[in-house]
Design a protein around this ligand. Structure first.
Ligand code: NDP
Length: 271
């Protein structure tokens, strides 16, 4: 039996096992996919051990994406650029790292939702691992500009420096008074998990600003409530979760699973 997994800490609430076993069933592929709680400081040993015991690949979630980058012997271009890996596969016997988060985000916002980022003014909230994973793909869409706003300013500055070669990228602070009126606002913070209050200054948005939250489930509540209050269109990150998973599955099995309404409904019922 083919063996796959997802490593993270925490991992209990991961929906990846459900998604990948659904994909496998729909394509008549026999495999197992388990959620593994990685121990901090032991990722290299534990993940390496999974492959030594016959594992063919795995996903990586918080907080091990940088460690997975270091574990990989070869890497895709996007993994090299982002500096983080969410999918490990075996390529000609070597441990190969990829990152499907940016692909999944663009696939969802552009193809599924129909929101093209080209020539748009885009605001990205947050400067953590998820932001790092999607910034290159956002810039490849050639937005008019991408501004990053983060609670810890230094982290936003660091990401701007890291990706400055890829497009027009800068930081913005909540107290900036310029009339930005962003076309698209993407939330990549984990603030929703702690149910923090969410608010943006009026010069940041306009009537038809599109709001996209990488989070899903109750973690979207504060951003969604704010968007609803301001009559803005809002999308959660469930579509991205499914698209990045489908791309990982394709990397492993060379078969592209269909993302069905049935699967979406199964996930929504679990949130
Ligand atoms: P990180 O821990 O790497 O980064 C968290 C970010 O959130 C930082 O920028 C942090 O700011 C900010 N933040 C945390 N709490 C607050 C707060 N109370 N107020 C303001 N800012 C805050 O997490 P990730 O980047 O890996 O993940 C972020 C979110 O994205 C998670 O909810 C995760 O589930 C989601 N995600 C969704 C995916 C999908 O497929 N849909 C894929 C990947 C992630 P600071 O720097 O100041 O600490």
């Amino acid at each position: 039996m083919k063996k796959y997994a997802v490593f993270g800490n925490p991992i209990k609430h991961s929906m990846s096992p459900l998604i990948h076993t659904y994909f496998a069933k729909s394509l008549n592929i026999e495999l197992t996919y388990e959620a593994i709680l990685g121990n901090i400081g032991k990722f290299q040993i534990e993940a390496g051990g999974f492959l030594k015991k016959g594992g063919l690949g795995f996903n990586i979630t918080l907080p091990f994406k940088q460690e997975a980058f270091n574990l990989a012997e070869t890497r895709s271009d996007i993994a090299e650029i982002t500096g983080s890996v969410n999918t490990i596969s075996l390529k000609k016997g070597r441990v190969h790292g990829d990152n499907t988060d940016g692909y999944g985000f663009i696939k969802d916002i552009k193809n599924n939702i129909g929101c093209n980022l080209e020539s748009k003014k885009v605001l990205l909230l947050g400067a953590g691992g998820a932001a790092m994973g999607i910034i290159p793909n956002i810039l490849y869409e050639r937005p008019f500009e991408l501004k990053i706003c983060n609670r810890t300013l230094e982290k936003a500055k660091k990401l701007c420096n890291k990706f400055s070669d890829l497009g027009k990228l800068d930081i913005v602070e909540m107290q900036d008074t310029e009339n930005y009126k962003f076309d698209v606002i993407i939330n990549s913070t984990s603030a929703g998990m702690s149910n923090s209050d969410f608010s943006l200054p009026v010069n940041f948005f306009k009537d038809n600003t599109v709001c996209y939250d990488l989070s899903y489930g109750i973690a979207t509540n504060s951003f969604k409530n704010w968007a609803d209050k301001n009559n803005l269109i809002f999308y959660d990150g469930l579509g991205m979760l499914l698209e990045q998973a489908a791309e990982s599955f394709y990397i492993w099995e060379s078969k592209r699973p269909l993302i069905t309404d049935e699967l979406k409904n199964i996930l929504k019922a679990k949130l």
